[in-house]
Design a protein around this ligand. Structure first.
Ligand code: AMP
Ligand code: MG
Length: 336
């Protein structure tokens, strides 16, 4: 069975083909092609411009994905696309392409929740069984646990996401978005001079907007280096997330933690979470860095799982995009 996965929720347009044979636990990835929209330095993703980017690269990304997987359109069994949450104009590009392939070649069409894609690919690649999941990306900051056929959110950001904190601060410094990895490298050049910043955690929930405003104010004082401010943002924000995760581990008594999403590529965050897991005698799993950010593999793999167990393919007339589609509204029938 072959599934084409199309990802287009935000800055990345990506296509992947996965081959699946019965009893395979791990995705057999035949292709993984991505093209990311680059906003001008200091600016964020403008949804219409990102969508224009996706429309201009889509055919080439698709062609490359099919060519490197050495299959033809007619060999595909499923076309899965990211249907949300995400930026409306970007989502529509992926959906239009998926619908066109599905209708022309008469292939089953499956809308996939993007957050579920991050989680399910991470679970499969790390062999996770019963993990507490931390999803930290541009669009999400959530702590989740699987219960009664759904990934339930037991902690989340009450305002901006961890990725937005890093990207918005980075843009304020004039960096190119997404800025997380550049902030990480600036932080490693700091002399570890910690500057106190607002630390805000409410139960298992966190808030980052006060931290962002305070960090921006530090710049205008001209008293601190960018390296020290980046170091302090990371220390504060990651300590908040780690505390929320520790609370959730204590409450759920889970024995595994899985961290997924673009920000999971950050070494400092991993180190802090690893230490927390060590303290709680919990196994630490992290999505491999090459699949941490948005990609088509997560959509193709979740498409296969959905097809096999949920049979939730849709008629083109019923296919949709939903900018605010919550992961905890999706039934996950392949998990116990
Ligand atoms: P995603 O939405 O899953 O593609 O993740 C994108 C987010 O991950 C953006 O906010 C990036 O700034 C962030 N990101 C990527 N690499 C890193 C890193 N090394 N450290 C922190 N954040 C990162
Ligand atoms: Mg994402």
């Amino acid at each position: 069975m072959f599934c084409l996965g199309i990802e287009s929720t935000a800055h990345t347009f990506a296509c992947s083909v996965i081959k699946f044979s019965a009893h395979e636990k791990f995705p057999n990835i035949l292709s993984d092609v991505r093209d990311t929209f680059k906003a001008p330095d200091g600016s964020g993703i403008h949804p219409r411009e990102a969508a224009r980017h996706h429309a201009s690269v889509a055919i080439e990304v698709l062609k490359q994905s099919l060519a490197s997987s050495k299959i033809k359109y007619k060999d595909l069994d499923i076309v899965a696309y990211s249907a949300g949450p995400g930026l409306g104009p970007c989502l529509r590009i992926g959906a239009v392409i998926a619908r066109s392939i599905s209708s022309f070649y008469d292939i089953k069409l499956i809308p996939i929740n993007h957050a579920l894609g991050h989680i399910e690919l991470g679970m499969s690649l790390t062999g996770g069984q019963d993990s507490l999941v931390l999803l930290v990306s541009g669009g999400h900051t959530m702590i989740l646990v699987f219960n009664s056929k759904r990934w339930r959110v037991i902690g989340e950001t009450l305002d901006i996401t961890l990725g937005q904190l890093l990207d918005q601060f980075g843009r304020y410094l004039g960096l190119a978005s997404p800025c997380g990895s550049e902030i990480e490298s600036l932080a490693t050049k700091s002399s570890n001079n910690y500057i106190s910043l607002p630390y805000s955690i409410k139960g298992n929930d966190v808030t980052f907007s006060g931290l962002l405003s305070a960090a921006k104010r530090l710049i205008s004082t001209n008293k601190y280096s960018n390296e020290d401010i980046c170091y302090s943002i990371q220390e504060t924000a990651f300590a908040m997330i780690t505390e929320a995760v520790e609370r959730a581990l204590s409450a759920t008594e889970k024995k595994e933690l899985l961290v997924v999403g673009g920000v999971s590529a950050n070494k400092k965050l991993s180190d802090m979470l690893k230490l927390a897991c060590f303290r709680h005698k919990v196994k630490f799993n992290s999505c491999p860095v090459s699949f941490a950010g948005d990609n088509g593999v997560q959509i193709a793999w979740t498409g296969i799982l959905s097809y096999l167990k949920s049979k939730n393919f849709v008629d083109i007339s019923k296919s949709f995009v939903n900018q605010s589609w919550r992961v905890d509204s999706v039934d996950v029938l392949w998990r116990n």
